[in-house]
Design a protein around this ligand. Structure first.
Ligand code: DX5
Ligand code: ZN
Length: 238
């Protein structure tokens, strides 16, 4: 089933623990952790010491999104600090397949993120190493930006590529997603929905998470039903 991954970028950096607990209680299984270096993207966030601290206080899977130059040099340190998923950008990785292989060997779920201007075709020779591919639906660097409307079309292209290779790679989307476009995301083929401001800026982050997760689950269930009409018809007859 699809997952909603709350992004800690919009949580309270002065005291992350209550926000993490609230997402645990709401039913999240993955937390998105954005790392920015002020070089690859025009903003700075947190790094390894904060990841280590978060790792100590939660069992939720930590999906570390590295918006940094030179992930070839840094990704391993994030794996050691407790990341469960590590997502590197295609645009800043030099030896991408070596990097993904290293992460796999470290039992981390490796993924590649694509900026809005990067076509999915660049992944043709790397997809087989990916646990997930992250489609950036805003230009990375900030929370609360407007969703880029062509992103779902890109998700469909990625799904075609994954299917044509007979692979099982999850599709993640990041930026400008909230309750209003969660269903469309899942409809287009998204498995993992990152949401920062839509959850943590809501009056009840718990309810915002649940609303999005319910919308994602219902859309996926309807999709499954629609793709097996004959099985459904048979079950109705009996
Ligand atoms: C932006 C980050 C996102 C960010 C999304 O560059 O990668 O993970 O938290 O924020 P929203 O959901 O507010 O667009
Ligand atoms: Zn992110």
């Amino acid at each position: 089933m699809p997952l909603v991954a709350p992004s800690l970028l919009s949580a309270n950096f002065a005291n992350l623990l209550p926000d993490i607990r609230e997402m645990e209680e709401a039913g999240a299984s993955v937390l998105h952790f954005d790392v920015m270096d002020g070089h690859f993207v025009p903003n700075l966030t947190v790094g390894i010491p904060v990841l280590r601290s978060v790792r100590k206080v939660t069992k939720l899977e930590l999906d570390v999104h590295l918006m940094i130059s030179n992930p070839d040099h840094m990704a391993e340190a994030f794996a050691e600090a407790g990341a469960d998923w590590v997502t590197v950008h295609y645009e800043s990785s030099v030896h991408l397949n070596r990097l993904l292989t290293m992460l796999r060997e470290r039992k981390v779920k490796p993924g590649v993120a694509l900026n809005p201007h990067t076509p999915v075709s660049v992944l043709e020779e790397s997809l087989f190493l990916c646990h997930h591919v992250l489609i950036m639906s805003v230009n990375p660097g900030f929370g609360g930006q407007k969703f880029i409307s062509t992103s779902f079309e890109k998700v469909r292209k990625l799904m075609d590529l994954i299917r044509s290779r007979g692979l099982e790679v999850r599709i993640e989307i990041d930026g400008g997603i909230g309750p209003a476009n969660t269903a469309e995301a899942v409809e287009s083929g998204v498995d993992v929905i990152v949401a920062g401001s839509a959850i943590f800026d809501a009056s009840s982050p718990r309810e915002a998470f649940r609303l999005m997760q319910r919308s994602a689950d219902e859309t996926r269930a309807a999709k499954v039903r629609a793709s097996a009409p004959s099985a459904q018809a048979r079950s109705v007859r009996t």
